[in-house]
Design a binder for this molecule. Structure first.
Ligand code: MN
Length: 500
């Protein structure tokens, strides 16, 4: 699978040797029980691995460096069962480079009022030890997630699970590779950006290939492979001929099947996980990749249209971040296309020329063949559907010249009020939070793009944590957004990030 990797998270418990061997034995036993039960809960997307109690500078430093070097380790969860003098953590933390969680919990849920004595308090003093540890992490300005609460609480476990998915996005960002088979659309500003800075900040490798090089890979796909895939399409999707000749229709579909196979082979061979195309730069391709790109997105590839490599990378990352989600509802590139401004029904029709990922679909998916109003190729085959209802998050990563900003908008997806029989593309429809007026005003003030990376399965908190891990600015547009405060957020961002 292109998405899910077998990542693990290390569980490191802090203490010191002041309390004697018996206490240290309890500390180790308790942390083992926590790890076992977290794994057994079935609530975490990735396994937690217990590590021996950290009590000396040397062991802390060694453990963090082992975590750096272990490719399967996506992060470390730390917890101070007792007091652990935090100077012991400085060198290890300084050298650590992966996501860090501080789980501020306690082995016992309730104070044992009848039996509590000084020995018990000395052994169970996370309230005390975790503050010492938290101080040094803050003083060292190290980004980490703090989760507070009883380790058996399902809400606490859900927060750990959510962070694990974010952490995997952080780790995978550092080896994400985007293939550009076209440059940015001429004269378009918001899809542009500094690719060198993106590699420094996010770790992304963004390379360009002549479109005809990938077109050769498409030409090389055998007729039998194409026919087999076309048969799969015809089994899986409804065929909407809309008056076209069935044989001619099938030939158009076969072009997309050949593109899907040729593109996928090229991406695999060269180890890329995201791709951009451009309707104005298709070389010898017979059609704009529509259905083909939709299928590749479904398989886990990131995609950006019109050369938009920032969206391609974000879609890929958000797909990785949802790889551990049970029953995911879907993740796709989308584009703000058309408004409904009727009072009480305000929202934005989300679509694109063709390329919307079928993971967000609700109900049947059809294949249609229709002319494109732009470009100069054959009528491309595409998958057409409507999308699920429910809350989601739409993000836009923009380059402001001196820095990147991630704009994060909570959106409520709704059913289209009426069918749109003449619209031959997949759609979603959402109302941005807190409402269309404020949501769109804030988005425009922040400089957000028309292309977004969207997911039903991620939260604003997760996207903000990812941005924080990358060291970039994030702004939130949600149910609490007020324009006056939002403008202040943007001003603060200018002061803080503008000088970096
Ligand atoms: Mn577009």
């Amino acid at each position: 699978m292109l998405l899910k990797r077998d990542y693990k998270f290390w569980f490191c418990t802090g203490s010191q040797d002041l309390y004697g061997d018996e206490v240290l034995a309890h500390v180790a036993e308790h942390s083992r029980i926590i790890v076992e039960e977290l794994n057994r809960s079935g609530m975490l997307p990735y396994e937690v691995v217990w590590k021996p109690t950290l009590i000396t500078n040397e062991l802390i430093r060694k453990t963090f460096n082992e975590a750096n070097a272990d490719e399967s380790c996506a992060g470390v969860i730390t917890w101070m069962h007792t007091f652990s003098p935090a100077k012991s953590w400085i060198l290890g933390l300084q050298e650590y480079r992966k996501p860090l969680m501080h789980l501020h919990t306690q082995f016992n849920e309730e104070i044992p009022y009848d039996t509590i004595d000084m020995d018990f308090m000395n052994e169970n003093q996370a309230a005390h030890g975790d503050r010492e540890y938290g101080h040094i992490v803050s003083r060292m300005k190290i980004e980490r997630k703090v989760v507070v609460g009883y380790w058996k609480d399902p809400e606490v476990r859900a927060r750990i699970a959510s962070w694990m998915n974010t952490a995997v996005g952080v780790v995978e960002s550092s080896h994400l590779r985007v293939m550009r088979v076209a440059d940015n659309m001429r004269n378009v500003a918001v899809t542009e950006g500094d690719k060198v800075e993106a590699q420094i900040k996010f770790g992304w490798e963004i390379d360009t290939y002549p479109v005809n090089e990938i077109a050769l890979s498409v030409d090389a796909v055998s007729a039998s492979d194409v026919n087999a895939l076309v048969d799969e399409y015809y089994e899986k999707y409804d065929i909407l001929l809309e008056g076209r000749d069935p044989e001619e229709f099938k030939k158009h579909v076969a072009v997309q099947a050949q593109i899907e196979l040729g593109f996928e082979r090229f991406l695999k061979e060269k180890n890329y996980q995201a791709i951009v195309t451009h309707f104005g730069d298709l070389g010898s391709l017979k059609q704009l990749p529509g259905l083909a790109i939709q299928r590749l997105m479904e398989k886990g590839y990131g995609f950006g249209a019109e050369g938009d490599w920032k969206v391609a990378a974000m879609v890929r990352l958000m797909k990785i971040m949802t790889a551990g989600v049970k029953n995911p509802k879907g993740t796709s590139m989308l584009e703000d296309y058309t408004y409904n401004l009727v009072k009480g029904k305000e929202g934005i029709l989300q679509a694109h020329m063709l390329e919307i990922c079928p993971t967000i679909s609700d109900g049947p998916i059809s294949i249609k063949c229709q002319p494109l109003s732009m470009g100069d190729r054959e009528d491309p085959a595409r998958l057409v559907f409507t999308s699920k209802e429910g809350m989601g998050v739409a993000v836009s990563l923009i380059d402001l010249g001196n820095r990147f900003r991630l704009i994060i908008n909570d959106v409520e997806c709704k059913k289209n009020e009426k069918p749109m029989p003449k619209l031959p593309v997949a759609t979603n429809f959402w109302t941005p939070m807190p409402n269309l007026q404020t949501g769109a005003e804030a988005w425009i003030l922040a400089g957000g793009a028309h292309h977004t990376a969207f997911s039903y399965d991620l939260t604003a908190e997760q996207m903000g944590d990812w941005a924080a891990a990358m060291g970039i600015e994030a702004v939130y547009i949600d149910k609490d957004t007020k324009i006056r405060d939002f403008k202040r957020d943007l001003m603060l961002g200018d002061v803080f990030f503008g000088r970096m």
